[in-house]
Design a protein around this ligand. Structure first.
Ligand SMILES: NC(=O)c1ccc[n+]([C@@H]2O[C@H](COP(=O)([O-])OP(=O)(O)OC[C@H]3O[C@@H](n4cnc5c(N)ncnc54)[C@H](O)[C@@H]3O)[C@@H](O)[C@H]2O)c1
Length: 339
């Protein structure tokens, strides 16, 4: 196979905003079909992007493709992925992998059985800063990790579109939607050390305020049933600990996306990238003048998925790693005390 025939399952925001444009720039990929329960939307998207087939069912979609990208609400990820894998199709599944660890294990088992690729959409790993941080860590610049700080904080950005505020469809709020990226990136940079214990707490007060102030559109404060802020303390078996926080709604001065690792020989800040050292009577902070790599992480992700389906590369985001992220999120929910 030299060209990968690709189909999209669910053609809402992320499919039309990221995946379809990215895959359509690749010479070795042809998007041949789309499927969405909203057939009118599927037809409109197919026309807009000149995709030849609008499938009536999932099985109908499988007739036209070698691989699928799953872009449905989170609760459907597991079922869609298992059905696609059982049909022998490669799968790029949007994050989070699934909403429970058990569901992730079922997806992994289906992938093992079929031998097809199962990649998870943790595209932060493909960013230039993340890639450079990974190279710095691999070359021993920071020694062993001690303290990891991961923060994905938004002051008032509860998604006012789609089903993001609906627990039965998404499984959770800011943790499932945003925090999972930072958790994944922090663990990947540290080669996925085993997790020893997780303490966590979620909050759901600010987004319930009827006097809504929100930068990302309008949602119903009476029906939102997911968390808007979460914290966690994660002890890793390699001796390091992670301080983690994520929010859609928090009374902070400004949004913040940051990830730092303090190690035995040095430290790294990922956004913006710096290498922090203390030696020879100096505290030094090195910043990159230029970073190698693809500027669009969504495009780099698409390229890696296509290459792994075609047997040219290994998938950068393994399903077993997506499962660890979901299991930490599950443990944060389980540890949460009702306030
Ligand atoms: N990687 C990222 O940064 C990122 C960003 C946004 C969304 N996402 C993920 O992408 C997924 C979709 O998010 P979105 O923002 O595109 O949502 P969306 O609501 O815009 O689109 C979802 C689409 O799925 C369709 N759908 C719903 N149930 C379906 C079913 N059973 N079968 C087929 N189609 C179905 C809907 O009709 C809709 O068109 C979610 O898992 C979300 O977490 C990832």
């Amino acid at each position: 196979m030299s060209t990968l025939q690709l189909g999209l399952i669910g053609v809402g925001g992320i499919a039309t905003g990221r995946h379809i444009p990215a895959f359509q720039t690749l010479e070795n990929v042809e998007i041949t079909a789309v499927f969405d329960v909203n057939q009118e939307r599927a037809t409109r998207v197919a026309k807009q992007f000149q995709i030849p087939h609008v499938a009536k069912t999932l099985e109908n979609l499988f007739e036209f493709v070698d691989a699928v990208v799953i872009c449905t609400p989170n609760v459907y990820h597991q079922e869609m992925a298992v059905r696609a894998l059982e049909a022998g199709k490669h799968v790029l599944c949007e994050k989070p992998m699934a909403i429970t660890t058990v569901a992730c294990l079922e997806m992994e088992a289906a992938a093992k059985e079929s031998g097809a690729v199962l990649q998870i959409g943790y595209h932060y790993r493909f960013g230039k800063e993340a890639q450079a941080a990974k190279r710095l860590i691999a070359s021993g610049e920071i020694g062993d990790p001690l303290v990891i700080r991961a923060e994905g904080l938004r002051r008032r950005k509860v998604p006012g579109w789609g089903v993001f505020t609906n627990k039965s469809l998404q499984g959770g709020g800011c943790l499932m939607d945003y925090g999972c990226h930072l958790l994944d990136l922090a663990l990947w940079l540290n080669d996925f050390p085993e997790v020893e214990e997780v303490y966590g707490q979620t909050y759901e007060k600010l987004s319930r305020d009827a006097d809504q102030v929100n930068e990302w559109g309008v949602y119903d404060p009476a029906t939102i049933d997911v968390e808007d802020h979460a914290t966690a303390y994660i002890r890793l078996k390699n001796g390091a600990t992670m301080l983690f926080e994520t929010s859609w709604a928090a009374n902070i001065r400004s949004d913040k996306e940051s990830l730092s690792i303090s190690g035995t020989k040095g430290g790294i800040d990922v956004y913006p990238l710096s290498l922090n050292k203390a030696s020879n009577g100096m505290l030094t902070t090195s910043e990159a003048q230029w970073l190698d790599g693809e500027g669009d992480p969504g495009l780099a992700q698409a390229r890696n998925f296509a290459a792994s389906c075609l047997g040219h590369e290994e998938s950068l985001v393994k399903a077993s790693e997506g499962r660890v992220v979901t299991s930490i999120i599950e443990q944060i929910y389980a540890d949460t005390k009702k306030t």
